[in-house]
Ligand binder design. Structure first.
Ligand code: PLP
Length: 226
């Protein structure tokens, strides 16, 4: 299927989820995750009108950026090694995987005076050992620590839910992330407005939207997986 056709199907699901939960579709930004696909396919997504793109490895991320440039917004969604921050920051100014102090420190070091990078703090709300992210009870301390790194601007929270055949099972994790977001936003921290929620992938985005997602990250269901 063409990206346009897939996009229509995705938008239909978003509309239904928004209707069910009393939200506006305008609150939901679709990130096309192009890590599995070619530059040609990514270009097709640009032509279909998608304005936000996600990559999870430095090499692929830079390759896509070089091909498509600044006409779209680039989101880095994968685990990030500190030594790769320098190269990445030229192109990617939205990072969904902030999960440790050393990364914040590196972003600070590689930023020019007054320059900020929009970050999501990645949380492991399900407690699965294989998943990256900080635990919910570490969030307050983590936010406090980040005050020392003004180049890092916390715009929201991100999570990856466990994969299940029944996406209903992940609803509690999305709900938990929303509660943590609400608690953080209510603190009105200057370095962490924390208004956004990056959650929901191909398998479970309809549930994530019902639970308040403002960014959903779609690979296979939108651009495909090969
Ligand atoms: C690959 C990936 C996605 C997209 O996965 P799909 O299931 O293909 O939609 C979303 N988020 C992250 C962090 C990923 O690595």
């Amino acid at each position: 299927m063409s990206v346009s056709e897939q996009l229509e199907a995705v938008k239909e699901q978003i509309r239904a989820a928004c209707f069910k939960s009393g939200r506006s579709e305008k609150e939901v930004t679709i990130i096309a995750v192009t890590k599995y696909v070619s530059i040609e396919r990514a270009r097709e997504a640009v032509e279909a009108g998608i304005e936000d793109f996600g990559e999870n490895r430095l090499e692929g991320a830079l390759e896509k950026y070089e091909a498509l440039g600044n006409q779209v917004n680039w989101h880095f969604i994968g685990s990030l090694q500190s030594r790769k921050v320098k190269e990445l920051l030229h192109a990617y100014r939205i990072i969904h995987s902030l999960d440790r102090k050393s990364l914040a420190k590196e972003i600070q070091k590689r930023s020019e005076e007054g320059q900020t990078t929009d970050c999501f703090i990645q949380l492991n709300v399900s407690g699965e050992e294989s998943k990256a992210g900080i635990a919910a009870d570490e969030l307050a301390g983590f936010l406090d620590m980040l005050k020392a790194y003004p180049a890092v601007r916390v715009i929201g929270l991100m999570t990856m839910a466990p994969y299940t055949d029944d996406p209903e099972e992940v609803r509690p994790y999305f709900r938990k992330l929303r509660e943590l977001r609400d608690e953080t936003a209510a603190k009105h921290l200057p370095h962490a407005p924390c208004t956004e929620l990056s959650m929901g992938m191909s398998n479970d985005y309809h549930i994530a939207v019902e639970e308040g997602a403002t960014y959903i990250r779609l690979g296979s269901s939108l651009v495909g997986s090969e």
